[in-house]
Design a protein around this ligand. Structure first.
Ligand code: XMP
Ligand code: MG
Length: 173
């Protein structure tokens, strides 16, 4: 599997960028009532590094959604596999995602969370593939903008594997 990967972002590049993002989030949110919402599974390494670079007190909570349909591309219909374990009503919510591709998943998640009446709702992603977007969704914090490649590592998988790689690479099936 690993022989099919071309490196794209090194561990050091990711670390430096995540530190910058954490510093920015600290400037933007310190002193406010914030819930940082991680979208499982892909977000786990990014989430762990990001929240540890945010230097103030906040809540974390996780959500897992799945697309209906079973095709390789999201259909835009999502259902909740695991819901948040705390309320975001009247609080600031920051959704953290590994990658925004077509935007369909985040669009649905965003609407779903907006119905719970947070004081604010923003989106933070490690990777953004804007050339693939099918629906416009505001992404407030982006780690890296990338070309239309299928990427793996640092949480991103191929067939459930390779999430544990400490770097991000392009996978050539
Ligand atoms: P949307 O709805 O924005 O879906 O199309 C985003 C989700 O699709 C997955 N995804 C990827 N997973 N390498 C991956 O391992 C990729 O290059 C890739 N592009 C999209 C991912 O689960 C993300 O949350
Ligand atoms: Mg994902």
């Amino acid at each position: 599997m690993r022989d099919r990967i071309t490196p794209l972002l090194t561990e050091a590049q990711i670390r430096a960028r995540v530190q910058e993002m954490g510093a920015q989030l600290t400037r933007d949110y310190a002193g406010q009532d914030l819930v940082v919402v991680g979208l499982l599974n892909g977000v786990f390494p990014f989430f762990a590094d990001l929240v540890r670079s945010m230097d103030f007190d906040f809540d974390v909570s996780f959500m897992q959604v799945a697309s209906y349909g079973g095709g390789t591309e999201s259909t835009g219909e999502v259902h909740i596999l695991k819901d948040l374990d705390r309320s975001i009503q009247g609080r600031h919510a920051l959704v953290v995602e590994d990658i925004v591709d077509t935007g369909l998943t985040l669009f649905k998640v965003r609407n779903l969370l907006k119905d719970r009446e947070p004081q604010s709702l923003k989106i933070c992603t490690l990777l953004d593939k804007p050339s693939r977007r099918k629906i416009e969704v505001p992404v407030d914090y982006v780690g890296f903008t990338i070309e239309d490649h299928f990427v793996v590592g640092y949480g991103l998988d191929f067939d459930g594997k390779l999430r544990n790689l400490p770097y991000v690479g392009v996978y050539h099936p």
